[in-house]
Design a protein around this ligand. Structure first.
Ligand code: ZN
Length: 250
């Protein structure tokens, strides 16, 4: 059911910003109160637009949107909550932010609030901006690595409702000898059930459990080999259960 036409306020992150027509922009937003929102910002590319430069990807904004009968809402006011200037100055952080927003675009397409997913995205962008340092040195690049990217991805998968089973065999419930992962089964599998899965090292398994159990800023570290297995586990889970394919995490 489409909501009644009218104005509403929401906080949102710009996932994608596309030039449209002579002077407009079309925005793909992830909002705090309505999930995915598509919006048009009329005249926003004119030199003296009241929106300034804040309708760019990774901006966190306070918005007033007007909903008419069309598919797109119209942006009537936009104030910056955070522009993440440090993130914009770092190549690795920009790349990580782009992959994070792309994952949200692909995985969370419903117009339904998902506060867990929204807060997670805001938290990750703040970390990439260096507001809270992973390495403790005030630099956001520490958050742009493969480990934090996969911790973000795991938490996003959890928020989207596709968390893998990690406590016991996803096929038979066995609690010991968990040494494989099956995307089809949706979690770790024991030796007897491993045939449709791939080998998952204890290190990769531990990373997944710890990443899901800790705040993003305390993401665990792991070897590159273990992280590749984690990435594969996440990818195969989403392909089987969400029918979504994500870009490489790093
Ligand atoms: Zn089993």
């Amino acid at each position: 059911m489409r909501p009644v036409p009218g104005s509403f306020k929401t906080e949102a992150v710009v996932l994608r910003s596309i030039r449209y027509g002579e002077a407009d922009r079309i925005l793909h937003l992830y909002s705090a109160t309505r999930g995915r929102v598509g919006a048009i910002a009329k005249g926003s590319r004119r030199p003296r637009s009241r929106f300034g430069g804040r309708l760019e990807p990774f901006f966190r904004l306070d918005l007033v949107l007007h909903e008419g009968r069309g598919e797109l809402a119209t942006v009537t006011a936009a104030h910056t909550v955070s522009g993440h200037p440090h993130l914009r100055a770092s190549g690795p952080a920009l790349g990580a932010a782009a992959r994070a927003c792309d994952a949200v675009l692909r995985l969370l397409d419903s117009a339904e609030a998902n506060p867990g997913a929204y807060n997670l995205l805001c938290r990750y962008l703040a970390l990439l901006d260096g507001e809270e340092s992973v390495a403790g040195d005030g630099v956001g690049d520490g958050a742009a690595g493969f480990g934090p990217a996969l911790a973000f991805r795991l938490k996003l998968v959890l928020a989207a409702g596709f968390a893998p089973e990690l406590g016991s065999c996803a096929r038979c419930g066995e609690g010991d000898g968990l040494r494989g992962f099956s995307g089809a089964a949706g979690g770790v599998v024991c030796g007897a059930c491993e045939r449709d899965g791939f080998e998952l090292s204890p290190e990769a398994h531990a990373f997944m459990v710890e990443a899901l159990g800790h705040p993003l800023a305390d993401a665990p570290s792991a070897s590159d080999r273990a992280l590749r297995q984690v990435e594969r586990a996440v990818s195969e889970t989403l392909e089987h259960h969400a029918h979504v394919r994500l870009r490489a995490a790093a």
